[in-house]
Write a protein that binds this ligand. Sequence first.
Ligand code: ADP
Length: 398
Amino acid sequence: MKVLVINCGSSSLKYQLIDTDKDTVMAKGLCERIGIDGSNFEYKRDGHDKTQKLVEMKDHKDAVSIVINTLTDKEAGVVGSLDEIDAVGHRVVHGGERFNKAVLINDEVIKAIEDVSDLAPLHNPGALIGIRACMELMPSLPHAAVFDTAFHQTMGPEAYLYAIPREYYEKYKIRRYGFHGTSHAYVSERTAKVLGRDISGLKTVVCHLGNGASISAVKNGKCVDTSMGLTPLEGLIMGTRSGDIDPAVITFLMRKENLTGEQVLDILNKKSGVLGMTGISSDFRDIAKAAAEGNETAEITLEAYARRVAKYIGAYAAAMNGIDAIAFTAGIGENHAGIRKRVCNYLGFLGVELDDDANENGSDERVISSGGSAPAVLVIPTNEELSIALQTLKLIDK
Ligand code: ADP
């Protein structure tokens, strides 16, 4: 089966055509600066070099047309026609309380996604533009919406309610939603497979550490807690986001620096995290390099980052009454052995014992704890696109 996965923002569109029988990416790429001068189209087909060209894309319909034409092109394409594609899966960031799983898209679903858009004003409108363009240009294919928030909808109110007046939850649905759900779902399933355990009966903590970072507690395959909240700003220290802070910092900064609330939020989203702490970079490779060269601020930042992750793992051990597995994933979680080591250094009290050799060598799914370690520690490369494709396929009856 072949699924076209679309991840659309207000001026960009990422796509992957996935062969789910082989778990392979047939082709993938990116349309950038849609509706802006100098639109750029990137295309990479399996086994060939990436190509890049400037093409005018005045709107998302233009972008989707170019994607379709390229995928079906006689020479550069990977399929003879659209008939060879079985479905289209769309990533949608926010599904609010309405969506606890992926759904096939119809007019009512589009309206419901619009209705929750004020919870993700930077993300959902872009996804909707992409969905409309794709449905218009590929009307004969089933289209599915796969939500970042859906996996976390199994959290109970004791995990998702904030300790603020209940009326704000009732009036505005202010609560913790959680994000990166497709990754947390995929990685927790793979963790069970790699350990040869049934997912029901397993208590797993998934550490998704990328530019955005979040951590979740997954019990019997269901999310029971997660670190991101109403928006993806809460929780861990990230590339440019602060994660948890005392909310009083916001009004303090507004007064002292004569800023609006929106401006402070912008600082917390885009100028904070490891970038703000070091002033060096949001990229962990730069920070690790600086720390190795003796930069004390970079060293403190790496330790603060790891300590925050470890504190959440401790909290989730309490929330689940124990942990069987800890899985690291995403750019930093998969590639940065030093951060994994720092996090695990805090976890001796749980019985964690890292196998340094396995931690430092290898790039695939693997256990990186020693045989006696309880809980097991793993590296599980995430694959959000494959997860979207598989969730999409589950919805079509073929
Ligand atoms: P996004 O949230 O944008 O999908 P990624 O999951 O790609 O982010 O993670 C990006 C982060 O991963 C960056 O901070 C980058 O430094 C880090 N990273 C990627 N490759 C490596 C590597 N080989 N070693 C250490 N860090 C890495």
